[in-house]
Design a protein around this ligand. Structure first.
Ligand SMILES: Cc1ncc(COP(=O)(O)O)c(C=O)c1O
Length: 381
């Protein structure tokens, strides 16, 4: 086919996510510890409400900002973090992915710098780059529970730094910010007139204590959230953003020109789920916690693997000291039938780690750990 150079350089330069690359190499017999989504289905009654919403004729465009009753209900839930929130502070989006995209596009300009965690979720750097701004990674380390150091953040800050992306509970690390870290970073952002974009999609999956939101008392925060993980509905593509109401109005223009409105029928089902089925996420989180304890203890029994106990989300992110790169280790594992994600898929600072998702049965986690144990025993190190 004649190539007339249609695809621009910006897109040509983008790299395929390392997670997706690994998936292409797996087959149906592989034990999948690569999944970034719960291995659960949404509650049946929630699915029925979705179905009924469609049968009742809710198949048309809705408000760009989202279904008003759902915005009110989300505000009610988020008001545990900030008491003055109302429906106008919420915008329903097409997943957290699109919420983050329009939040960045509406706030950050060419010439700005945006700090983001590394190892960190794969969306951050490409989405920052799309705005024309410069992505500046800040490191998070296992020896500090994957919480950023304020000294390091200050070292990386320049006069061009407009925003910082934070993520707690974190993907891929499972790190959770305690109140002290949230307060310190908030004060530092306040002193430097910086926007905080806080990715809180794993808000409901915290194993010890409570989630501490960045919404708190600082006004210059955009919280990014989603129902993908909360109700095991990653394919429904419903997320939301929480911020100042005048910012919601402004960002809403970009939202309209991007998607017109978020999908209508699932919003009915999610409103029902938020009111009636929070027990679902509580039970799921209890199951994840049990699996977490199994995987962490099994990993730490393997020589050369060191895993701190993740406090949230559903990922273990151990360091590996086995005389090989994390890519090589992940490929060897895949050959033996276990899919995991090499740490460098989350940025160069993730090298030396591997991400295991425990969104799989305890039985499969044990099987996978048996395989890893045997493989490592056979290594000549
Ligand atoms: C930290 C983090 N943020 C955002 C997302 C995207 O979520 P959504 O499905 O709502 O787009 C994910 C999904 O894996 C994630 O792990």
């Amino acid at each position: 086919m004649e190539d007339i150079n249609v695809i621009n350089n910006q897109v040509r330069r983008m790299k395929l996510s390392g997670i997706r690359k690994m998936f292409k190499l797996a087959d149906e017999t592989t034990i999948n510890l690569g999944l970034g989504q719960p291995d659960f289905q949404p509650p049946e009654d929630v699915i029925e409400v979705y179905w009924k919403a469609m049968l009742d004729g809710n198949n048309c465009y809705g408000s760009t900002y989202g279904f008003p009753a759902l915005r009110d209900e989300i505000a009610h839930h988020q008001s545990k973090y900030r008491s003055d929130l109302i429906g106008e502070n919420i915008m329903i989006t097409v997943g957290a992915t699109q919420a983050l995209r329009i939040a960045l596009e509406s706030t950050v300009d060419k010439g700005n710098e945006v700090l983001y965690p590394e190892p960190g979720f794969v969306l951050y750097a490409p989405q920052i780059r799309l705005t024309g701004a410069k992505p500046v990674p800040y490191p998070v380390h296992q020896n500090n529970d994957f919480i950023p150091s304020l000294e390091k953040l200050e070292e990386l800050r320049t006069s061009k730094t407009k925003a910082i992306i934070v993520n707690s509970p974190g993907n891929p690390t499972g790190g959770v910010f305690a109140e002290k870290a949230v307060k310190q970073i908030t004060e530092w952002a306040r002193e430097n007139d910086m926007l905080i974009i806080s990715d809180e999609v794993y808000e409901m999956m915290v194993y010890e204590g409570n989630h501490v939101s960045f919404l708190g008392d600082y006004d210059n925060v955009i919280s990014i959230n989603s129902f993908s993980k909360t109700f095991a509905m990653t394919g429904w593509r419903i997320g939301f953003m929480v911020t100042q109401s005048d910012w919601i109005e402004q960002i809403g223009k970009l939202h309209y020109y991007t998607v017109a409105c978020p999908p209508t029928p699932p919003q009915h089902a999610i409103l029902y789920a938020l009111k009636e089925r929070l027990d679902f996420v509580e039970n799921m989180t209890r199951t994840f916690k049990k699996r977490r304890d199994v995987i962490v203890s099994r990993l730490n029994d393997i020589p050369g693997i060191d895993c701190i106990t993740p406090k949230g989300a559903f990922y273990a992110f151990p360091s590996i000291d086995l005389g090989m790169s994390s890519d090589k280790f992940a490929l060897m594992l895949l050959e033996k039938g276990v899919l995991a994600t090499p740490g460098n898929a989350f940025g160069p600072a993730g090298e030396g780690h591997i991400r295991f998702s425990y969104a799989n049965s305890t039985e499969n986690i044990h099987k996978a750990m048996d395989i890893i144990e045997e493989m490592v025993e056979g290594l000549d190190i």
